[in-house]
Design a protein around this ligand. Structure first.
Ligand code: FMN
Length: 217
């Protein structure tokens, strides 16, 4: 059996070979496969299956992690939105590499993504910003994310300030807010199996295709 066929088999959690299943035809493309797993996670009823941990590092190599929401994924990479003055953003400006982690416990699945990071275009950030509710847009203006907040009242006052300022107007994209894209250099799909004999498959880009290898659990 080819490695690709073994992956198709492994990824169906012991349901046997489902090569006829069109969704599984895409196991040679980790982005398509990721989307397939994400759809399954959505269908499983897991709350916020698009939430992911993102780890960043200072230039001294000190790591930190937090949860953000995946908003787009395509051949270019994995996109999330945040404050460009936040702690994570400072670390990403110093050290433009990140690790993403999804864990879908009900499905016994984990996906690890590592790669270089870049800001998405201002236009793409603005498009997403304006698709959000007005409250979230005001929240982005009001929060000095990761800065010390002496009193919650200060935040509430800032919200009122921006509500007044933008009353009856389109809220502009803050220049300190937008998206980052993680361009994958390595993607690992992990499927839990009995007796801790889990399946792990690594995808690494090689020209326009992907090298696939298997690791011990
Ligand atoms: C479920 C969940 C989703 C979140 N989504 C985002 C997000 O998409 N963007 C974001 O900036 N922070 C998000 N947060 C908050 C972050 O975890 C974090 O507190 C914030 O980004 C500040 O992190 P930093 O100080 O390390 O930069 C989310 C938190 C949770 C629990």
């Amino acid at each position: 059996m080819s490695l690709l066929n073994k992956i198709r088999c492994a990824f169906t959690l012991g349901q046997g070979l489902l090569i006829e299943n069109k969704a599984l035809q895409s196991t040679d493309d980790p982005i398509a496969f990721f989307k397939f797993w994400l759809t399954e996670a959505e269908k499983s009823g897991i709350i916020l299956p698009e939430s992911m941990s993102i780890s960043t590092c200072t230039s001294e190599g000190r790591p930190s992690s937090r949860i953000v929401l995946l908003k787009e994924v395509d051949d270019q990479g994995f996109v999330f939105f945040t404050n460009y003055n936040s702690r994570k953003a400072h670390e990403l400006e110093e050290n433009p590499f990140a690790a993403l982690l999804f864990h879908w416990n009900m499905l016994q699945r984990q996906v690890r993504i590592e790669g270089r990071i870049e800001r998405i275009s201002e236009q793409a950030s603005a498009d997403y910003f304006h698709s959000r509710g007005r409250g979230s847009q005001i929240g982005a203006w009001a929060s000095h994310q990761s800065d010390l907040l002496e009193d919650r009242e200060i935040l509430v006052e800032r919200v009122k300030h921006f509500e007044n300022k933008f009353k009856g107007k389109t809220i502009p994209l803050p220049d300190f807010w937008g998206g980052y894209r993680v361009i994958p250099e390595r993607i690992e799909f992990w499927q839990g199996k009995a007796d801790r004999l889990h399946d792990r498959f690594i995808y690494q880009p090689n020209n326009k295709s992907w090298d696939i290898t298997r690791l011990n659990p």
